[in-house]
Every structure is written in C-alpha cells, then in structure tokens.
Design a protein around this ligand. Structure first.
Ligand code: F6P
Length: 533
C-alpha cells in the first residue's frame, strides 16, 4: 500500500493550527485549569501500570482536535498499519521496519519473521540457561562470572540502559559495557576481570564498525594472552554472519539479527543477550511482553486515547508552532540514569533528518534536541534555566510510585517530582504577590511559570513496565517522523563520519597529514608533533 507523502505544512490542519497558535500562544497553562474543571480528567490516560498526565501543557481541547486532524490528514493510521504489517517503509534502505516482530511472542501480528524470531529466542534461552547454570564453562572449566558487551550505538546503549534499570532483578553475572575506543577505559574494565571466567559478546549488526572491531581485537588479545581458546569465550551478535565467521567466531557462537531491525531498535533481539544474562531469560521475556502490550496499545487505540500519538503530537505542537528546539527527559530514578542517552539515539538518529520522503529539503523544523538527567540531580544542575531561563524546555517527568525497596526516602524523591512540575507551571510572581521585598530583590525571585511538562507516573520499575516505556518512545518517534514526512529508519549521517575517521586514522598511522581544510590540517599536525611528549 503506497503511503501518503505530504508536506505537513501544506495540510489544512496545519493552517488551522497556525491560526490557533496565534490566539493561544499568550495563554497561561495554569489558567486553562480555571476555565475547565474537567481538564485533568480529559487530559490523562491510565494504561495498565502507566499514568500519563498531559494536562500541564500549552494545549486545549481544540488544540488536540486540530492535532488529531493533522494526524488524520497525513494518514498516520495507514503509516502505523504499514509498519506493523512488515511493509518496506524504510524505503531508502529497502527494508521493513519490524522491531515489533521481536516481541510478538505469540504471533499476534502474523508477520513472516515469526519463526526465525522464535528460533533466535530459543537459542538465547538455551544459551542463557547454560551460562547461568554453569553448564557452559570457559576454557579452564570454570563457570562464567562476568560478561563484557562490546558494541556501540544501538549495540550498546539499549542493553546497557536496560541492565542498569533492572539492577534489582540481577543474576549472579556481572555485566560490563565497552563502547568507545578509549584504551584507558578498556584497561580499567579488564583489570577487574579474570579472563578464565569472562564471556565476551561482540555485538555489531554490520560487523564493520571501527570502534567495535578495534575493541574486539584488544579483548580477543587479552583472551589469547591468557592461553584461553577464543571459541570458549567469544560470541557474536550480527546480521553479517559471514563477517563474524571471517573474524574467527564459531558459527555456533553467532546469534543472528536482521536487516529489518534498526540498530537503535534492536535491544529486543539477541543484541539484548547481555540483558537476558544479567536478569535471566524470564525477565527478558517480561521486557518483551511489556513492549508488545504497548505495541498493541499503539496499533489499536484511537488517537484520542493513544499515548505515543498524543505525546508525538504535543511534541510537534511545541517544535513546529512554539519553536521550542529542545525537549528534556527527567527520570526520577537512579536506575534510569542512562535513559536520556538511549533515547537520544532512538529519537535523534531517527528524526535528525532534513530531506523529505519526496526528496526535497524540508522548510520546517524536524527533530528536537533530546537531552536529560535524573531528578533530583538535574534540579541542582539545570533546573535554574528551566524555571527562570529565557528558553522554554518541554520536559517529560518519569517517576515510580513504588520503589523496589520501600523507604521513606522515596517520598522525598517523589515530593520533588511533583513539586517541580507544579512550580514550572504555576511559577511565583514575587513582588506582585506582596512577598518580602525589603532587600529590593523580589524581581529576581519572579518565576513566570507557564513551562509545560508531561508526567509519566508508573506503578513500579519492572521488566514489563520498562519494556512498555521504551516501546512508547519508539512509537512516539515513529509518529513524529511520519508527520514530518521524513525517513526515520536510515542513518546516512553517521556513515559519513565513519568514512572520514577511517582515512584520518590511516594518516595518523602513517604520520602523514593528507588533504584537509586549514583548521583540520593544523590540528592534525599539532597532534602528530605533540605525540609521546
Ligand atoms: O550510529 C550509527 C550506527 O549504525 C547505529 O545505527 C548502530 O546502532 C551503531 O552504528 C552500531 O552499528 P553496528 O551494530 O553495525 O556495529
């Protein structure tokens, strides 16, 4: 089914949204509540363990109506259905976008990938159980105690973030993630490990990524120097089976992934093997089930009650009409410290595009800059700007009602969670509220408020709820890319940097600077001159 490709700014809905913005732009969020005592009732969604309150936004019922009109005018529903049907919607790479097939454990989607996914899951299950039980051992007959995941981007961020978030569900295995080509960091990791009891997973969809192969070489040497057999300690996850075999990995020790899964959407595949090893296969399946439940919600729920659609549309309202250029993710949980970094790749590598699906340079904003940090730490880092800065930063606050370990301390954390969104919205007008101005500084204590936030309040940090949360953002990303009429599933922008790095790497190796701009040449000469000084 050919998908509609339309410049969103040429839709009738966009024109209506423009006029609506002109009227609404100076309204204050807090006033919307006084006009409508049903606002919270209408602007929240309680879905399983997740409560979304989107009432603290610069929107009215009419805004939402027009945003849904936009979604319908660009035929978003058809786009969603095309993805879930395994259609080749990644047209620039001629691939399906079927990460939802990875968690379709009961074949609800009837996709042609089901059988091979089940085989891959079975391989993960058997391998994980053999490692955890000590049935599979290293070259010297010792059971494994540590797992080192070597990968970068989607071959690192997702597994690393999920393992960190599920610390409370850990097995006896310790996991370590090596991504950057920074030998100081690698050395620091390896010094803590016994090669005899360390399993190395080389994760690379392409099996050509310079950083990953460089790191793999260093760690392979570490295994060989310990007189251990690489076939006992090295496994790989890749879609390039031939390249992994050529690298020296036993074919039986290669877990396959597929070209219809983008790297940044791949933690649900064998890329997530370190997750299964870290928390056990059953918890890994719970993670997939949580994602599948969100898939079902996204695919089958009317837009008015559809969490990824609503969050995606509100984000477009801010990016394309209010002109906000960044948005923040602030999880009030140390376990989610890596969530912002993970979502940076999912969102910005998907929608950081300026060419439309019709091949013209877009003349409107696409992906915002996504960033964030855990609360309450972020309150002591950049919340000053949030409250009194000249820029407005729409922010998603993510919090959990029940900590894994009950404690009074959690209430303190959550008191901040609720206080911040309240303060950001309501502000405090200082001198205008007869506050103490004896020091003449009341004007510096004015908080103008009117700063929009979404609140995601989740019952508990469990594998299933994390699965649903991550799938939520994957689908929000899809919604926005589709409406922006861009291709969300390639990443040519990253390939360019990789090529430049390869040629400069050779120049440094040969100690001879090639043809570059004056600045790059100057810097490379300085680098070569100062080496080993
Ligand atoms: O960042 C570019 C990218 O291709 C990502 O999409 C991918 O997750 C990462 O590099 C690693 O690629 P590979 O898994 O092929 O090593």
């Amino acid at each position: 089914m050919a998908l509609l490709k339309i410049n969103p700014t040429e839709t009738k809905a966009w024109e209506k949204l423009n006029y609506h913005y002109l009227k609404l732009q100076y309204d204050r969020i807090q006033d919307f509540f006084s006009y409508d005592d049903q606002r919270v009732k209408k602007m929240h969604i309680e879905w399983k363990d997740i409560l979304l309150d989107f009432s603290k936004n610069k929107i009215t019922d009419h805004t939402l109506k027009l945003l849904f009109e936009l979604a319908n005018e660009v035929e978003l529903k058809k786009g969603i259905e095309a993805m879930f049907s395994g259609e080749i919607i990644n047209e620039t790479e001629k691939r399906a976008v079927a990460h939802v097939a990875l968690r379709d454990w009961n074949n609800q989607l009837q996709l042609p990938f089901y059988q091979e996914v089940q085989e891959a899951l079975q391989k993960i299950k058997v391998f994980t159980e053999n490692i955890l039980s000590g049935t599979t051992k290293g070259s010297t007959g010792k059971a494994f105690t540590d797992v080192v995941n070597i990968g970068i981007g989607g071959s690192d961020l997702g597994p690393k973030m999920v393992v960190e978030s599920l610390q409370d569900y850990k097995t006896h295995l310790h996991t370590h993630y090596i991504s950057n080509i920074d030998y100081d960091a690698i050395k620091e990791t390896l010094e803590k490990l016994n090669p005899e009891t360390t399993l190395i997973i080389i994760v690379s969809k392409s099996f050509t990524t310079l950083e990953t192969l460089t790191n793999a070489d260093a760690i392979k040497n570490w295994i060989v120097k310990a007189n251990l057999k690489t076939e006992d300690h090295l496994i790989a996850v890749s879609s390039a089976i031939d390249k992994a075999v050529a690298y020296g990995i036993d074919a039986d020790n290669i877990f396959r992934m597929w070209d219809w899964v983008g790297g940044r959407f791949s933690l649900w595949s064998a890329v997530g093997l370190s997750i299964a090893l870290a928390v056990g296969y059953e918890h890994f399946i719970e993670l997939l089930k949580g994602a599948q439940e969100m898939d079902e919600h996204f695919l089958r729920t009317p837009f008015q009650e559809n969490i990824p659609v609503i969050l995606g549309l509100i984000g477009i309202w801010y990016a394309n009409f209010f002109g906000y250029e960044t948005e923040a993710i602030v999880p009030y949980s140390n376990r989610l410290a890596s969530l912002p970094a993970y979502l940076q790749q999912v969102i910005m590598e998907s929608n950081g595009k300026n060419m439309s699906r019709e091949g013209y340079l877009v003349d409107y904003q696409t992906c915002n800059i996504v960033w964030g940090e855990i609360g309450t730490n972020s309150q002591h880092a950049f919340f000053q700007l949030f409250h009194q800065g000249s820029k407005i930063i729409p922010t998603d606050f993510i919090g959990f009602i029940n900590p894994f370990t009950p404690s009074e301390m959690h209430h303190q954390l959550m008191a901040n969670f609720f206080a911040q969104t309240e303060g950001l919205m309501n502000g405090k007008t200082g001198a205008y509220e007869n506050t103490d101005n004896t020091d003449g500084l009341a004007k510096y204590r004015i908080f103008r408020g009117n700063r929009p936030t979404n609140t995601l309040l989740i019952n508990k940090l469990t594998p299933k709820n994390i699965g649903s949360l991550l799938a939520l953002y994957e689908h929000k990303t899809f919604v926005q890319g589709y409406i922006w009429n861009i291709y969300s599933f390639d990443q040519f922008g990253v390939e360019y940097g990789k090529q430049l790095a390869q040629s400069i790497s050779n120049e440094i190796k040969n100690q001879k600077v090639g043809q570059h701009d004056a600045s790059t040449s100057f810097l490379l000469e300085h680098y070569l001159k100062k080496q080993n000084r």
